[in-house]
Design a protein around this ligand. Structure first.
Ligand code: KG4
Ligand code: ZN
Length: 365
């Protein structure tokens, strides 16, 4: 086997994106030959969250088309592929099953090795796909479905420093936007409204800042926002544009303050373990927030840690990151067989007790 060269087919279907990618690993590094993502946003938008049954059916209907598109756009055929990497969890079980069953069938019919990838490992290993970052590094996953700090010691050893005990931050932004009558996805809408808002008009809580650890809780913040909204609505009969902007600014500021303070703590813990090349990377849709991103960059400068924010299309759900996580295992001969099961929960760090955060996009680990 040539340890410098492989073409990996990646398949992702754990939430509301049906995705496939062909990733080439060569002596120069990684090259994404194709990355197809078909989002189901329109199928779920009238329900205010991802409906697992609808998601699973839509994945099952589209997965072969998306894989074919990925192969075609990479100008390869299955015979060229070295291995198939597929998300085997954690996520919405019906969706994971759709992808995994398809990948098992493809593996048997083409006689290609099958690698069942932990979706969170896909996110956590992205800094190696984009920048060949050396182990150990620190990652913060902040999206609509995930929220955790991980020290990535190797392709299979992860140490969780903290995570959410209820909502993920993207979920909190989405719920806040719904409360304020703003468009989904909520993060960009809140960010835009906040630009015109007065951040000091409302005092919203900063949950769990009084606790020394790196855990988050966002549901109390959302309830506090709802109370302020209800008070104003009762008094004035509704919300004026200024109220929406001021509430958005205060909400974003509270989210920012908690994420930044907990990141300072996580970086301090990480620095105790390491010397030499030190990197703090972010992943997930919330990483697009300019205020949060800017402050994370600043604290890294202060602490003399490299800050890495991969391109947004690799921070959000896609199959190139799944193919990359599979590639790391492929080069170690670490394969699965067709007995592998789909897992709704699959913590990366199995030394620590599970954090039972769960929400509209399924379980958090
Ligand atoms: O990683 P992602 O695309 O998908 C899933 O989690 O499935 O993250 C989407 C989340 C949404 O909840 C969205 O509101 C949030 O990321 N998001 C943002 C921003 N852009 C997207 N949150 C805050 N500020 C943003 N600019
Ligand atoms: Zn994800």
């Amino acid at each position: 086997m040539d340890f410098n060269k492989a073409l990996i087919l990646g398949i992702e279907s754990s939430c509301d994106d049906t995705a496939a990618s062909v990733l080439e690993i060569n002596s120069k590094g990684s090259e994404i030959r194709s990355a197809i993502v078909h989002n189901q946003f329109n199928l779920h938008k009238e329900y205010g969250g991802v409906v697992p049954e609808i998601a699973a059916r839509a994945h099952a209907e589209l997965i072969d088309v998306v894989v074919e598109k990925a192969l075609k756009s990479a100008k390869v055929v299955m015979a060229d592929i070295s291995a198939i990497g597929v998300t085997a969890g954690p996520g919405l079980i019906g969706g994971v099953l759709s992808g995994l069953m398809f990948a098992k069938g493809l593996s048997v019919s083409t006689n290609k090795p099958l690698i069942g990838v932990n979706h969170l490992a896909g996110h956590a290993l992205t800094p190696r796909l984009t920048n060949k970052v050396a182990f150990p590094y620190l990652v913060l996953l902040v999206s609509g479905g995930h929220c955790q700090f991980l020290i990535v010691h190797s392709y299979k050893k992860y140490e969780r420093l903290g995570g959410t005990i209820d909502d993920a931050p993207g979920e909190a932004f989405d719920k806040a936007a719904r409360l304020l009558g703003l468009q989904q996805p909520g993060g960009p809408s809140i960010e835009e409204a906040a630009i015109k808002g007065d951040v000091s008009r409302f005092d919203l809580p900063r949950p769990l800042l009084d606790r020394e650890d790196c855990n988050f809780s966002f549901s109390g913040l959302k309830t506090a926002l709802m109370r302020k909204r209800n008070e104003l609505t009762e008094k004035q009969g509704g919300l004026f544009e200024k109220d929406v902007c001021d509430l958005s600014a205060s909400f974003q500021q509270a989210m920012h303050d908690v994420i930044i303070e907990k990141s300072v703590r996580a970086i301090d813990l990480y620095l105790k373990f390491t010397n030499g090349n030190q990197t703090f990377a972010i992943a997930g849709g919330v990483a697009a927030n300019k205020k949060i991103r800017h402050s994370l960059k600043k604290i890294c400068e202060t602490k003399k840690v490299d800050f890495l924010a991969p391109p947004l299309e690799l921070c959000t759900d896609n199959a190139a990151i799944i193919a990359y996580a599979a590639a790391e295992r492929f080069f170690h001969g670490d394969y699965d067989d067709t007995t592998i099961s789909a897992r709704p929960r699959w913590p990366l760090d199995n030394q620590k007790p599970a954090i039972l955060g769960s929400g509209k996009k399924g379980s958090k680990a």
